[in-house]
Write a protein that binds this ligand. Structure first.
Ligand SMILES: [Zn+2]
Length: 366
């Protein structure tokens, strides 16, 4: 059973005994794995922003720890990554406002509680998956390059291979921009001439100021590519909530904005959350001529605001894998600060930032 993988990963984290216990209890909850259409999560009555903040933060810490420790090509990683993506989105509107009120809660010893697990399950439609059920086998998009694997049997997730890279080679990617308040500009300044990168941008951020930033990206030799118009539906749900035609319409709008600003068609596409149905992905590949791209090194750069911690984590992940497609976000100050040190570290340690067209050639098989 899929959850056993995650549970095993959790139990390996001896430092989180209370969290593992909480998770185990939640597994016995029938409503999580019922064959019926799941009931919406019970609203948490009279929950203060501080309490919600504590609940989401505890769960987020728990899942980001798993995502950091697990290999990206494992079910444990994918499940933890998706859960964490949901929690980050819930935390955003709460800001840090709740932090003071919940200061007495020791977050390190809490995992996701029942209400939070039910929310995550509902968001991704995991509640309708039977225990041990294999709803969908993996779908090969391009052998040796990209595969769709189903998280918990029903959430299609783009799994990327980096076998086309030699040891010591990395591709740098930045998602969710452009930032128009200087963060993306700083990355461009650092990476100019040294580290050609892919910027997976959102069409909703391509007003006049955003278009000026991506024009600059393109002029400095970077790839400006498709992430989505929103991230991914207007209410932040994955593309699986859209029909293929809706996905294509959103990507088309974004591709037009990119072409208008840079003069170039986007060359790559990375679906938000890595989640997309194979038929929608193949339709996007055919319609826009893009190379699909996931990642093989997740820096989890949203999980800490401490640049020193992030730098240590990032370099340790790169060293462990020895090569890969690195996922960062040019919308977080800590990521931008770490990028400066990372470019130098890569150079000093014999790594080479390769041109992203290596991936296109691998995808097209030449
Ligand atoms: Zn994103």
């Amino acid at each position: 059973m899929k959850t056993a993988v995650l549970l095993a990963a959790l139990l390996a984290l001896n430092s989180l005994p209370a969290a593992a216990g909480a998770f185990e209890n939640s597994l016995s909850s029938d409503n999580l794995f019922s064959a019926e259409i799941p009931a919406p999560p019970e609203p948490v009555i009279d929950e203060t922003p501080g309490a919600a903040w504590a609940r989401y933060t505890a769960a987020l810490n728990f899942y980001s720890e798993i995502a950091f420790r697990a290999d990206p090509d494992t079910e444990a990683y994918r499940e933890a990554y998706l859960a964490a993506s949901y929690l980050r989105a819930r935390l955003e509107p709460l800001g840090g406002a709740g932090a003071a009120k919940s200061a007495r809660i020791d977050l390190d010893f809490l995992g996701p509680d029942r209400a939070t697990l039910a929310e995550i399950s509902d968001f991704f439609g995991w509640g309708s998956v039977m225990k041990d059920e294999q709803l969908s086998p993996p779908v090969t998009i391009k052998a040796g390059f990209a595969t769709i694997k189903y998280v918990k049997g029903n959430t299609p997730f783009l799994v990327q291979s980096d076998s086309f890279l030699d040891k010591g080679e990395v591709i740098l990617t930045f998602d969710d921009g452009p930032d128009t308040h200087g963060l993306t500009a700083s990355v461009l300044e650092t990476n100019e001439g040294a580290a050609p990168s892919i910027f997976f941008v959102l069409g909703s951020k391509l007003g006049p100021a955003g278009r000026a930033v991506i024009k600059n990206e393109s002029e400095k030799g970077h790839e400006v590519s498709l992430h989505g118009y929103w991230h991914a539906t207007e209410t932040g749900k994955p593309f699986t909530r859209y029909s293929t035609e809706q996905v294509l319409a959103d990507l088309g709008k974004t591709a037009d904005l990119i072409k208008g600003a840079t003069g170039n068609d986007p060359a790559f596409f990375r679906p938000p959350y890595g989640v997309i149905a194979p038929q929608a992905l193949n339709a996007a590949i055919n319609r826009f001529g893009v190379t699909p791209m996931g990642w093989t090194i997740d820096t989890l750069d949203w999980s800490t605001k401490d640049p020193d911690e992030l730098f240590e984590k990032t370099t340790s992940l790169i060293r462990q894998r020895g090569k890969g497609i690195v996922l960062m976000h040019d919308i977080h100050p800590q990521s931008v600060r770490v990028n400066v040190r990372l470019i130098k570290w890569l150079k000093d340690n014999g790594y080479k930032v390769v041109n992203p067209d290596r991936a296109s050639r691998a995808f097209r098989g030449n």
